[in-house]
Design a protein around this ligand. Structure first.
Ligand code: SF4
Length: 151
């Protein structure tokens, strides 16, 4: 429902004004690299989704931030002042994050939790990339697919 509203609002962003906001639990817990201060500290080994997410960010020129909780997420939004956000999180955090960010549009993508909540979570990288392509001002490649998959 929220994603349909974002799509139908017609809001789009330039790459520099689109933020991908990620939960820390996407980083595999055996990786000791500090990606919360800078996601580019990831060495791209591919053991968790962070490597692929960094690649998506670089491909489209959009920034990514990893938040360890709602307070950090809110601070990141204030600091970066994006026009649009693609947020990955669980249902609960997405719901509260969308409310906190209002009136800023947030396109939400649910993470997958094969080991339970808050630990070694996963995300569909293709879904993230489709959302980014759709929400970029110049991007139309993923538009139909994103519309078809939203909901
Ligand atoms: S992909 Fe990046 S964050 Fe994930 S385990 Fe490898 S180096 Fe660490």
């Amino acid at each position: 429902m929220n994603n349909q509203l974002v799509i139908r609002s017609g809001r789009r962003a330039r790459p520099g004004r689109l933020l991908i906001l990620l939960p820390h639990c996407l980083q595999v817990d055996t990786c000791g690299l500090r990606i919360t201060s800078d996601i580019h500290n990831c060495r791209g080994c591919g053991r968790c989704p962070i490597a692929g997410l960094v690649e998506i960010g670089e491909r489209h020129g959009v920034s990514l931030s990893v938040a360890t909780g709602g307070t950090i997420a809110r601070r990141t939004i204030v600091e970066k002042r994006p026009d649009l956000i693609v947020a990955v999180a669980c249902e609960r955090d997405l719901a509260s994050g969308i409310q906190d960010a209002y009136p800023l549009p947030v396109y939400g993508i649910l993470n997958q939790r094969p080991e339970g909540p808050c630990r070694n979570t996963l995300v569909d990288l293709a879904e993230v990339e489709r959302a980014v392509e759709f929400l970029l001002a110049s991007g139309s490649a993923g538009r139909d697919r994103a519309v078809a998959g939203a909901g």
